[in-house]
Design a protein around this ligand. Structure first.
Ligand SMILES: C[S@@+](CC[C@H](N)C(=O)[O-])C[C@H]1O[C@@H](n2cnc3c(N)ncnc32)[C@H](O)[C@@H]1O
Length: 224
């Protein structure tokens, strides 16, 4: 009987601690209902109108939720296109108080993205760069706690190698069109090579979410 009481006390204590911890996390998020409504309205108005190799909305939400859950603040996106994933990422950062650098090489898509960010009300949370990511990723100082790689797939491993020293421990490196099974394990050439590489590193834990377009999610657990 005494043991049962002690066990119950421990369970109550752990439950209460978890509750307080989650509450503290939730309270540190910024609340801006007007901005949330603006972003939601913009996304609804564009529903099924993302024609420029953009991620599906479910993947956008996935990235958003990873950022909010981990309270990430310093994000990098490689491959802006017209800004669909960037909007989801920046929306999350508007809640954590962070900022996104996003890189696009095509001037037309970069221009369209900047306009979409403005219409969504998220310009303050985004630094949109028109540049070749092969070069700029090397130059950016970081540190980052969240990265989304969605540009040229054959360069995925190189992007990762350049970013790894600038990714904080506890941070997350995600990449699009990466598959766990089929389509050549990890996807075509570059994605498969990247997935095999990141999985070979003992300080990263990688899963693949296949509910949308295939998103690899690699958490950095230690420096090496
Ligand atoms: C799949 S799309 C990105 C979609 C975007 N993440 C979204 O969901 O809205 C890939 C983009 O990467 C860009 N890209 C390809 N190579 C690049 C490079 N070396 N530097 C910067 N952008 C590049 C392409 O021009 C293209 O717009």
């Amino acid at each position: 009987m005494k043991n049962v009481k002690i066990s119950l006390s421990i369970i109550c204590f752990l439950t209460l601690s978890a509750f307080i911890f989650l509450q503290a996390g939730a309270q540190s998020l910024k609340s801006d209902p007007a901005l949330d409504e603006k972003v939601r309205n913009f996304l609804n108005s564009q529903n099924r109108r993302w024609y420029d190799m953009n991620v599906p909305a479910s993947d956008g939400r996935l990235l958003h939720d990873i950022i909010v859950k981990n309270n990430y603040k310093s994000a990098l996106e490689i491959g802006t296109s017209t800004g669909h994933s960037g909007i989801w990422i920046a929306w999350a950062l508007s809640k954590t108080g962070g900022k996104l650098i996003t890189i696009e090489i095509d001037p037309g898509r970069h221009r369209a993205a900047v306009e979409n960010f403005r219409q969504a009300g998220l310009s303050d949370y985004i630094d949109a760069r028109l540049a070749d990511a092969h070069q700029l990723v090397k130059e950016l100082k970081g540190p980052f706690d969240f990265v989304f790689s969605d540009a040229d797939k054959e360069w995925y491993k190189n992007y990762f190698i350049d970013i790894d020293p600038k990714l904080k421990v506890g941070g997350c490196f995600s990449a699009h069109n990466v598959y766990e099974r089929g389509r050549g394990y990890g996807g075509y050439g570059g994605q498969a090579e990247f997935l095999a590489y990141v999985r070979s590193l003992p300080n990263y834990e990688t899963t693949v979410n296949s509910s949308g377009g295939g998103v690899s999610i690699s958490y950095k657990k230690a420096d090496k």
